[in-house]
Design a protein around this ligand. Structure first.
Ligand SMILES: *[C@@H]1O[C@H](CO)[C@@H](O)[C@H](O)[C@H]1NC(C)=O
Ligand SMILES: *[C@@H]1O[C@H](CO)[C@@H](O)[C@H](O)[C@H]1NC(C)=O
Ligand SMILES: *[C@@H]1O[C@H](CO)[C@@H](O)[C@H](O)[C@H]1NC(C)=O
Length: 416
């Protein structure tokens, strides 16, 4: 009440004092009208709860999850369309779903290749020699132990651990792994990536050879994806270098029990509910074929910064076939709560690789070139749940950035 009186007096005085100045009156009136407008527009918005932006795709999903039993209007999934457009869209959607349905029913037999005979090629022979190396650490052992038994459940793999440590050797053998010695260490205690690839390629005969950190968990997506690649790229695989990489999904190691790590489906569920997809420039596994030219790569240390991006960027630079399998291979990274996801950054001689790379005269910005989404190819699950391998249509421009003249001049080190 008081406020209103004051306001009223102010108005009256303003008008009486400037009564002969029309322009001022008009000015004040305009101001008032404008304020009123803002007030009216603002208040309803202010009172409304802020609704998060809903992506159109998630509305469509809502419709599909209802098995099409709820009218799209009632879900608000066709807002802004005319009635005629809605009818046409519904018709087209119905046709599309029928087509997918038929496709899945008739061709699921040829899961991995488009040709029927290709399935005969697939037999019980291991397709992948998968190796790792880890350090015995009492607090972290349960994580490595999960990995030991999780990988054992994978189809078509030879498993190898590189170690000189008696405990690592003991537990790995007990879990049925092959154990090989580390012949050279650099940067404190780190093995050399390319050397390990060389060693396993001499000892095992498989289509693919892969290194992975010893704290990742995989499920059947890995095998299915490799089969798909082997089949679709049956010519390339013998003649051209292939590099397969993917992002990892971080998850708190403490919430995983043996029931989860031994079941691919549970792992998927946990990943969806509690996991977080990690950065595109932090790669924890690399899979290559027999003709991949590891001999031409720098002798970089495992687990020190930079080696991951370097491998991917150089492979891309030399036009190798690089495949991002993030969408079909779940790589669950068990994060130790008290050490977090950047544990790897606190190792001794952490700049060992960065320094070696800096001494190279190369024009590409390898930190950017080496991201997973820069891969020319990608694998993903189609609507029938089959792994599909396709060429990426859009690759971000930062995947092709070269150093500027000044960056080259001053030995620019990538800010990784
Ligand atoms: C390692 O994991 C296996 C399988 O879950 C389990 O049977 C075994 O007891 C574990 N070993 C140790 C030392 O915790
Ligand atoms: C390779 O795959 C293509 C189809 O993807 C097939 O036509 C061809 O016969 C295969 N070649 C070999 C050697 O398996
Ligand atoms: C890779 O391919 C591009 C485009 O086809 C070509 O310009 C480049 O010279 C190739 N690089 C190598 C190392 O072969």
């Amino acid at each position: 009440m008081k406020l209103l009186t004051v306001f009223h007096r102010f108005l009256r005085s303003a008008f009486t004092k400037c009564t002969n100045r029309t322009s001022t009156k008009i000015g004040i009136l305009t101001c008032l009208v404008f304020s009123l407008y803002v007030f009216v527009m603002y208040i309803p918005d202010f009172q409304k709860e802020i609704t998060p932006l809903v992506h159109p795709f998630s509305k469509t999903l809502k419709f599909l999850r209802s098995n099409g039993a709820v009218h799209p209007d009632d879900l608000g999934v066709m807002e802004g369309m005319s009635h005629e457009e809605k009818l046409k869209a519904m018709f087209s959607l119905r046709e599309g779903i029928h087509q997918i349905f038929n496709e899945c029913l008739t061709s699921s037999k040829y899961d991995h290749c488009s040709s029927p005979q290709a399935n005969n090629v697939i037999n019980d022979q291991p397709i992948l020699t998968l190796f790792t190396t880890w350090i015995y650490d009492e607090d972290k052992f349960f994580i490595n132990n999960n990995t030991l038994y999780n990988w054992r459940k994978l189809s078509g793999v030879n498993l190898v651990v590189f170690t000189n440590d008696a405990k690592v050797k003991y537990y790995s053998k007990k879990a049925g792994w092959s154990v090989l010695p580390i012949l050279t260490t650099v940067a404190g205690d780190a093995p050399v990536l390319k050397q390990m690839f060389h060693t396993v390629q001499q000892q095992f005969k498989t289509d693919f050879y892969g290194y992975s950190n010893g704290d990742l968990l995989f499920e059947e997506g890995l095998y299915k994806t490799l089969q798909k690649i082997a089949c679709q790229m049956n010519e390339t695989i013998r003649t051209k270098p292939i590099l397969i990489v993917g992002k990892r999904t971080n998850i708190d190691a403490e919430i995983l029990n043996s029931g989860v790590v031994s079941s691919g489906q549970k792992m998927q569920e946990y990943a969806m509910s509690f996991g977080n997809l990690f950065h595109a420039d932090a790669l924890d596994f690399f899979i290559t074929n027999t003709v991949f030219p590891w001999q031409d790569f720098l002798p970089l240390a495992i687990g020190r910064r930079g080696y991951d991006n370097w491998v991917v960027s150089v492979a891309r630079y030399h036009n190798s076939t690089v495949i991002d399998v993030t969408d079909s291979v779940l790589a669950l990274h068990q994060t130790l709560r008290e050490r977090g996801n950047f544990e790897g950054l606190n190792k001794p001689f952490n700049n060992y690789n960065l320094d070696m790379i800096a001494s190279q005269d190369i024009s590409i910005r390898y930190g950017l070139w080496g991201q997973t989404h820069c891969a020319e190819w990608q694998t993903w699950y189609d609507m029938c749940g089959r792994v599909t391998l396709t060429r990426r249509k859009n690759i971000k421009s930062d995947c092709f950035l070269k150093k500027t003249f000044f960056q080259r001049l001053f030995d620019f080190r990538e800010p990784l």
